[in-house]
Design a protein around this ligand. Sequence first.
Ligand code: SF4
Length: 322
Amino acid sequence: MEQQICLLAAYGWRCHFVCAEHIVCNNICLFCSMKIIQRVPSVNYHLWQPCNMKCGFCFAAFDDVRKDVLPKGHLPKNQSLEVVGLLAEAGFKKINFAGGEPLLCPWLSKLIIHAHDLGMTTSIVTNGTKITQQWLDSVHGKLGWAALSVDSVNMETNQSIGRVYQGKSLSIDQILQTTALLKNNGVRLKINTVVCSKNKTEVLSSFIEKAMPERWKIFQVLPVKGQNDARIEEMKVSEDDFLNYIKINESVRLKGIVMVPEANDDMTDSYIMVDPAGRFFDNSGGGYKYSQAIASVGVRAAIGQTKISAEKFLSRDGLYRW
Ligand code: SF4
């Protein structure tokens, strides 16, 4: 477990979270939690559990959340607006709305506008099936970034992953139309790709060079207990496979696209994340561990119940010019 000296302890004080050795580990005291938000000013809010795809490696299935605390898989509109307000008030500078599929949320535009008006840079992670001109009109000037999830441009590969909508995978033309629509509406583009056993040898770079995102995030498929147990064994890839994928696709760098590879270790403890029930969660134990609800105990107390490493956030290039 990574350990840091608590700032209070450094001055000889004790808080109720500090252990006998004056070490802060999982429990960050209120003073340190203020500091952590300054160092990790970006938060991922997985506001919507339902999705219209069924990717076998999905890290954000949240079936546990739906079963245990939130049968609908999302908070009511007013409560999700409240979560956004509390995150802004606590000092987060960027908020990334994810799911499930966040565009299935009828009030996503309201959340984006609210976050923007409170001073945060806004972003979404989407599978692209619901991006329309009409929806982009509803967030005009308020949405900063969109990360489009594209694992493959091969229909059979997408079928084997489960990245299909109404039985079909999106075609290259459909994906490129969506990337163009986003850019034409002033939304900055990222592409997210998960490398798994199904796509590990695919050269996606020529597609990426057509789409021309500013950033291409490439993740090594991550086993998360309770989220993707059913298919993870057949989908896992080794670190060597992952590095090979980076190598066969790295020509995109010559086009000025920022390639951001994240192996399993880079993805662990390096994100501040909020679940559909409005609780922080972390993946330090191999599965998700949830805090108390932010709306009940406040951001600073809730974030103190999760593990986050500012060093890992910085080393995975989490703090870029957004
Ligand atoms: S589109 Fe995203 S949220 Fe939906 S199943 Fe696939 S990985 Fe999970």
